[in-house]
Design a protein around this ligand. Structure first.
Ligand code: DGY
Length: 322
C-alpha cells in the first residue's frame, strides 16, 4: 500500500522528523519559512496529512481549497489557528499535543513573573547599554513574591502547574477563576481560592497569569475595563494567547503606572509585536518561548507522530479535538 503523504509545515527536532520519515512520505520545509495561505491552500489538495503549528492559519478558505487532506495533526496544544467548524464540516480530523508542554509553559510563566517583578529585563538593558552606576539601596526596586496573591485566569493543566511552582516554590497565595471549581485535592494542596467572577479575582490579585485557550470566547477578555479593575501596582502575565489581551489598553495602563509591570510571551498577530509596547520599560517581551525546551519540543513531535500513526492504522486518534 502506498505510504500516506504528509506535510510538515515548519522544522521539527531532527529525531522526530527522522521517525516520521521512516513511516510516511514526508515533505519537510527546508528553509523553515512559513508557507502562507497560498501554500497551505495548495497543500490541501496534495497531501493526506497536514502537520501545522501555531504559526499557520488554517482558516475556512484554506480548508475549502482542496479535498485530499484527511487529518490535521497540529504540533502544539492550542488550536485556535485552525477553523475547527470548517474542518468538521469536511470530516477532516484534527489532533493536538496536550500534556507534554505543561511544565515548560508553567516554567516560562514563572520566568516572566519573576522577570517582571524583579525588573530583570530593564536591569539587563541598563547594564548592556553601559548605564549601570553601581549598587545603591534604591536601584531598580521590584516586588517580592512571598504571601502575594497569584490570580490564575483559567485553571487547567498549565494554570495548576504554574500555581504549584508559585505556591510551593515561592510562598504565593493562590486564587483562580475558571468555569468550575477545581478538584478538592488540588484546592487543598494549593490552598486555592475559587472566584466565580473574573473581576473579583482581578481586584484581589497582586499578580494575574492568563491560562485560557485562545479564540472567539476569550478574545479581548482582558480589555480596558478588566485592566482598570486590576489592583493598583499589580502585574499581568500572559503565556496563553495574544488575543486575550487588548494591547493598546495594556500599554496605556502600564504607562499610567496603574499596573507595575507585565510579562508577555504571545501576541495577537505573531511575529508582529504591538508597537506601543516596545519602548515601555515595565513590560517583559519574549518571542513565544513557552514550550521551547529540547525535551518538550521532541515530546510534542512524538505526540503529533502518534496521532498520524494511529490515523494511518485506522485506530482511534489519541488527541482528537475534531
Ligand atoms: C501551543 O502548543 O499551543 C503553544 O503555544 C506552542 O508552544
Amino acid at each position: 500500500m502506498a505510504k500516506a503523504r504528509v506535510l510538515v509545515t515548519r522544522r521539527w527536532p531532527e529525531e522526530v522528523e527522522r521517525q516520521l520519515a521512516e513511516r510516511f512520505e514526508v515533505t519537510f520545509r527546508e528553509g523553515d519559512a512559513p508557507l502562507g495561505q497560498a501554500g497551505l491552500s495548495a497543500a490541501m489538495g496534495e497531501y493526506d496529512v497536514l502537520c501545522p503549528t501555531v504559526s499557520d492559519r488554517i482558516d475556512a478558505d484554506v480548508i475549502a481549497a482542496g479535498d485530499r487532506v484527511k487529518l490535521i495533526a497540529n504540533y502544539g496544544v492550542g488550536f485556535d489557528h485552525i477553523d475547527i467548524a470548517a474542518a468538521k464540516a469536511k470530516r477532516i480530523a484534527v489532533t493536538n499535543t496536550p500534556g507534554v508542554l505543561t511544565d515548560a509553559t508553567a516554567d516560562l510563566a514563572m520566568t516572566l513573573l519573576l522577570m517582571a517583578a524583579r525588573r530583570a529585563g530593564q536591569g539587563e538593558r541598563e547594564l548592556r547599554a553601559g548605564r549601570w552606576r553601581g549598587w545603591r539601596p534604591t536601584h531598580l526596586i521590584g516586588s517580592s513574591l512571598k504571601d502575594k496573591v497569584l490570580g490564575l485566569v483559567g485553571f487547567g493543566r498549565i494554570g495548576i502547574a504554574t500555581a504549584r511552582r508559585a505556591h510551593h516554590g515561592f510562598g504565593m497565595k493562590i486564587a483562580y477563576y475558571g468555569r468550575r471549581e477545581a478538584l478538592p485535592d488540588v484546592t487543598r494542596e494549593l490552598d486555592a481560592q475559587f472566584y466565580p467572577e473574573l473581576n473579583d479575582l482581578l481586584a484581589e490579585s497582586d499578580f494575574v497569569s492568563l491560562h485560557v485557550p485562545g479564540g472567539a470566547e476569550t478574545q479581548g477578555l482582558i480589555g480596558a475595563e478588566a485592566l482598570a479593575t486590576m489592583k493598583p501596582g499589580s502585574y499581568l502575565i500572559n503565556t496563553a494567547r495574544g488575543g486575550v489581551i487588548d494591547h493598546a489598553a495594556l500599554a496605556e495602563t502600564l504607562r499610567s503606572g496603574h499596573l507595575a509591570g507585565a510579562g508577555l510571551d504571545v501576541y495577537p498577530a505573531e511575529p508582529q509585536v504591538p508597537e506601543e509596547l516596545l519602548d515601555l520599560e515595565n513590560v517583559v517581551l519574549l518571542p513565544h518561548l513557552g514550550s521551547a525546551t529540547r525535551e518538550t519540543r521532541i515530546a510534542m513531535g512524538e505526540r503529533a507522530l502518534a496521532n498520524v500513526v494511529a490515523w494511518a492504522e485506522g485506530r482511534p486518534l489519541p488527541d482528537r479535538v475534531a
